[in-house]
Design a protein around this ligand. Structure first.
Ligand code: GDP
Length: 450
C-alpha cells in the first residue's frame, strides 16, 4: 500500500468542541511533542511512563495556568504512530486555547482538520475506510449509525470489500489466462457458465451493499422526511406534534406556511430531519402560492420519505402528489380522524393509509413505527456509510454490469477489461489507490483535533 512519507513537524489542536464544558482535550503529535510539552508541563511528560495518566501543572510566563491530566504515548504505539501528548485541562475553551498558543510558541504547528487521523492513515494504523469511520463518528446521529461506524472502524467493511476485490481479481485472472489460448481455454466446457455465475454472485453482493447504503445514510446522517399535502389538512400541526414544539404557525386560514420549515428530531432511535412545506392547492391563487408550491415540490424530490397528509374526510391523493410518490418511499396519512364518524379506510388509491389526529396526538406511535419500517427495511450491520464509498461502489457495480453484458455478447476481452475496472473501483474505495484531491476532501470534512 503506497502512502505518503510521514510528515516531520509537530502538530497541536484542541480536540474538544468549542463551548462550555467540564473538560477540554489538547493533543500534540510529532517528533517534538514530548519536548515541546516539557517546556510548560510540570512534571514533564518525558519523565513519565508512556500511556500512564498523571497529574500535572501547566504554566505560562504568568504562573500556573491549570492543573490537568497529561499522558504521553511513545510512537509507534500511539494513534498517529508518532509521539503523542494529550492534555485534559479544565473546560470552557480559554485554557485549551492558551495551551495551544503556548505549544505553538515552542514550535508546534496548529493542525489542519483531520490531520491526526490523516497521520494515523499515513502510518498504516488505519485504512481509509477506518479513517472515514473516525470522522463520521463525530457526527453520527443515532446509535444504529454509531454501531455501523464502529464495525467499520473495526475493519468489517474493509474486509468485506477486500473479499469482493479478491474475487474480481480471481475472475479476471482466470479469464485473462484463457484469453491467451482462446481456442481451448474459452471453449472449455462449463467455463462460460462458471464465469457468469462468478459475476452474478459478485453483482448480487454489490447490489446488497448498495441497498444497505440507504440504511446507513439514514442512521448516520438522519433521514430527510418531507410533509406534503393540500392546504389546511394539518401538516403544520403534525410537524409541531412530531417536534414536540410550536415551531410552525397553525391557523385555519389556507396558505399559512409559505417557507419551508425545518426541524430535527429523533423518533424511536431514528434521527430525522423533518420539513414542513406549503400546502398545494389544486389552483394557484397568486404568485406567492405558486412560488411556495414550487419550493415544496423541490423539497419533496430530495426526501428519503414523504408523508402525504390528507384530510380523512376527503381521502383522495391529489394528482401532483401521485407523481411525487411514484418515485419515492411515502406514507399516506389520513389526518383529522377525530372529525370522521365512520372507520377510516386503511387504503387510499391502492396505497396503505394510516389514520391519525395530529391535533389530539392520536396515531403518532403507529406513524413512528411505519416510518421506521419504511426507512430501515433491512437490518444491516455492514454498509457503506459515506458518499465517497457509495459512489465508488456504484462505479464498481456499473463496470460489473458492463462485464456481464459483454460476456452475454461473447465479447470476452471487453468483459476482462470491465473486470479490471471493477477491481480498480473497489481499490479506490478501500484507499489502495488514492488521489491527493480525494484525500484532501475526505480529511477536510473532519473536525480539527481529530
Ligand atoms: P396545514 O395547512 O396543512 O399545515 O394545516 P394546519 O396544521 O395549519 O391545520 C389547519 C387547521 O386544521 C387548523 O385549524 C388545525 O387546528 C386543524 N387541525 C389540524 N390537525 C387536526 C386534527 O387532527 N383534528 C382536527 N379536528 N383539526 C385539526
Amino acid at each position: 500500500m503506497k502512502r505518503p512519507s510521514p510528515s516531520n513537524d509537530t502538530i497541536v489542536a484542541r480536540a474538544t468542541a468549542p463551548g462550555r464544558g467540564a473538560v477540554d482535550l489538547v493533543r500534540l503529535s510529532g517528533p517534538r511533542a514530548v519536548e515541546i510539552t516539557g517546556h510548560f508541563i510540570e512534571p514533564r511528560p518525558a519523565d513519565r511512563r508512556p500511556r500512564y495518566v498523571y497529574q500535572a501543572r501547566a504554566g505560562g510566563v504568568d504562573g500556573v495556568l491549570d492543573r490537568l491530566l497529561a499522558v504521553r504515548f511513545a510512537g509507534p504505539r500511539s494513534y498517529t504512530g508518532e509521539d503523542v501528548v494529550e492534555l485534559s485541562c479544565h473546560g470552557g475553551g480559554a485554557i485549551a486555547r492558551r495551551l495551544v498558543e503556548i505549544a505553538v510558541g515552542f514550535g508546534a504547528r496548529p493542525a489542519e482538520p483531520g490531520e491526526f487521523t490523516r497521520r494515523a492513515w499515513e502510518a498504516g494504523k488505519l485504512d481509509l475506510l477506518q479513517a472515514e469511520a473516525v470522522g463520521a463518528l463525530a457526527g453520527a446521529r443515532s446509535l444504529i449509525g454509531v454501531r455501523l461506524l464502529e464495525r467499520q472502524l473495526g475493519g468489517a467493511l474493509s474486509r468485506l470489500l477486500d473479499g469482493l476485490r479478491r474475487r474480481s481479481i480471481e475472475l479476471a485472472a482466470g479469464l485473462e489466462a484463457r484469453l491467451a489460448y482462446p481456442e481451448e481455454g474459452l471453449n472449455e466446457a462449463g467455463y462460460r457458465r462458471e464465469l457468469e455465475e462468478g459475476l452474478c454472485g459478485l453483482d448480487g453482493e454489490l447490489a446488497e451493499l448498495e441497498s444497505s447504503a440507504a440504511v446507513a445514510r439514514v442512521t448516520v446522517d438522519g433521514a430527510v422526511v418531507v410533509l406534503v399535502g393540500e392546504e389546511n389538512v394539518g401538516k403544520s400541526t403534525l410537524f409541531n406534534r412530531l417536534l414536540g414544539a410550536e415551531a410552525a404557525l397553525v391557523t385555519p386560514t389556507p396558505g399559512t406556511t409559505r417557507d419551508i420549515l425545518r426541524g430535527e428530531l429523533e423518533l424511536d432511535g431514528l434521527p430525522l430531519v423533518l420539513y414542513d412545506t406549503a400546502g398545494r392547492p389544486e389552483l394557484w391563487r397568486d404568485e406567492l402560492t405558486e412560488l411556495a408550491a414550487r419550493r415544496a415540490s423541490v423539497a419533496a424530490r430530495t426526501a428519503d420519505a414523504l408523508l402525504v397528509v390528507l384530510d380523512a374526510r376527503r381521502p383522495r391523493i391529489p394528482d401532483w402528489a401521485q407523481a411525487e410518490i411514484e418515485n419515492q418511499p411515502a406514507l399516506v396519512l389520513l389526518n383529522k380522524r377525530d372529525l370522521l364518524e365512520e372507520t377510516p379506510p386503511d387504503e387510499v388509491d391502492g396505497r396503505p393509509a394510516l389514520a391519525l389526529s395530529a391535533a389530539a396526538g392520536a396515531g403518532v406511535e403507529e406513524l413512528t413505527a411505519a416510518l421506521r419500517e419504511l426507512l430501515l427495511p433491512l437490518n444491516v450491520d455492514t454498509a457503506p456509510t459515506s458518499r465517497r464509498q457509495r459512489l465508488g461502489l456504484r462505479r464498481a457495480r456499473e463496470a460489473l454490469v458492463a462485464a456481464r453484458s459483454a460476456l452475454g455478447h461473447g465479447i470476452w476481452d471487453a468483459a476482462a477489461e470491465e473486470l479490471v475496472a471493477v477491481r480498480r473501483a473497489l481499490e479506490e474505495v478501500l484507499g489502495l489507490v488514492t488521489d491527493e484531491d480525494v484525500l484532501d476532501a475526505l480529511f477536510a470534512d473532519f473536525c480539527v483535533g481529530k
